[in-house]
Design a protein around this ligand. Sequence first.
Ligand code: COA
Length: 538
Amino acid sequence: MPVLRSSVDPNSDEYKANFDHMAGLVERLREELTKAREDRSDRARARNAELGKLTVSERLDRVLDRNAPFLEIAPLAAWNMYDGRIHGAGSRAGIGVIQGREVLVSANDPMIKGGTIYPMGVKKTLRCQTIVMENRLPAVTLVDSGGAYLPMQSEIFPDIDDGGRVFYNQAIISKMNIPQITAVMGLCTAGGAYIPAMSDHVVHVKGTGAIFLGGPPLVKAATGEEVTAEELGGARLHCAESGVSDYFAEDDAMACDIIREIVANLPPQRKAEVARRAPVDPLYDPKEIWGVVPRSLSTPYDIREVMARLVDGSELLEFKRMYGPTLVCGWAHIHGYQVGILGNNGVLFSESALKATHFIQLCDRQGIPLVFLQNISGYIIGREYERAGITKDGHKMVAAVATATVPKLTVMCGQSFGAGNYGMCGRAYSPRFLWTWPNAQIGVMGAEEAAKVLITVKNDQLAREGQPPLPPEMEELIRGPVREAGEKEGNAYYSTANLWDDGIIDPAKTRDVLGLALSAALNAPLDQRDQGHATFRM
Ligand code: COA
């Protein structure tokens, strides 16, 4: 295979300045992740200990295989939302390994507002269920939640993508023959009672775990009956009398051990077969990506420099290298898995879009997972390009991306603007996983461009009315708020807070994250291939 040769000089001032800039962004990411994991009130910590519970991190440590990787999903969901302390939207979730088997584990954090479910918490749960369904991963859920966060109940309850969908999905997941294992380690109240009820296996912890449709206060208010939570829905009642739960656990640790036994007893998983070879490291250290990526998003750089630090042996068999050069496409391996990789090297022209369409079709037919490296300001605009049919060529690429059924993985490496976001497999194009670098920006267009469009529209309107154009200070009144919104809403943290991605990652870890994601994706068969494609407008 041809080898990518880097022309970046790690001793140059430019490289060093880029490196330091990215180091700062990664340090901030590390701080935010630590805060999300550890920022809990003393009162909540004391209460957890008083009840004899493990913390969420201890539960995850106990249930997952030691020294196995944990690919955390959306650890910064709800970042800076609500009171700024609903870290991870109130839960931790990720793909981990139990008894050698990849599973998706999710766990409410009772030390964050009693583990209650905020709107972003529902969104995170639904995202986890999508991952379970698309990748056929057994679902392990550690429930410890006060249920709906009642002050926001109207935002979490009735709509198609609200709380009810979680239980609907559980039925669908069951029908798909994907195992669901739930440990009741705290409250499962009202709708929450259906999480264990709709699972295949329910482990129930004595003393702290309780399942009921109405808790003791509601029962007292409605019927006058006075009962404790343990009497109403505790482990003994549900394991010995009602049959709602299947396995009795003395404490959290025992519940985790039982889950591990249940997973060990699942039928063996046959992973999809894709072309593999022995993994080899890239020729260049992935950490050099810090120095490769320019500090300013508008400074162009060769995406091959990133690819050289992601793929095995830095080997890339480039497809149509001389045609449509603003998109680099080629075959490579990541941790031994063959992939088709696409990366932006500038604006998308008709030729680049046609090349992408051809390449994606080939990968889809050959069962080769696709990796998209997004750094895209959009498709080319202007009369000449419209006349040449950029819209219909862009459509072909977007349609090919949408209908490809092989696993698709996307990394936001810089800009992600306009239809470029779609063509390069943005969130709406159902990549199996999507990760964001801390320097990334996402939007319909850049804030400056958006402001210019609005000012032009206003001036055209004034001209129609026979009035002079806006003076500079009025232009600024339009530009200011657009720029402010762009800065606030276009950055990686806003994206991850809203679950537009599965997490912000250190660019240096991209290779490993992609490797783990590919491994997880292959739990689902590739048998949905060749089910036709959209009509291509010629
Ligand atoms: N909505 C909003 N806030 C809730 C809540 C809910 N459903 N359940 C708990 N909280 C809040 C509490 O007000 C408290 O907030 P604070 O820290 O700002 O004071 C925090 O969560 C922790 O609750 P607390 O009762 O102090 O902790 P705990 O560990 O002793 O008990 C629960 C946790 C969840 C068992 C208990 O709060 C409870 O029973 N909640 C109500 C559950 C319920 O009936 N839900 C029905 C919704 S479907």
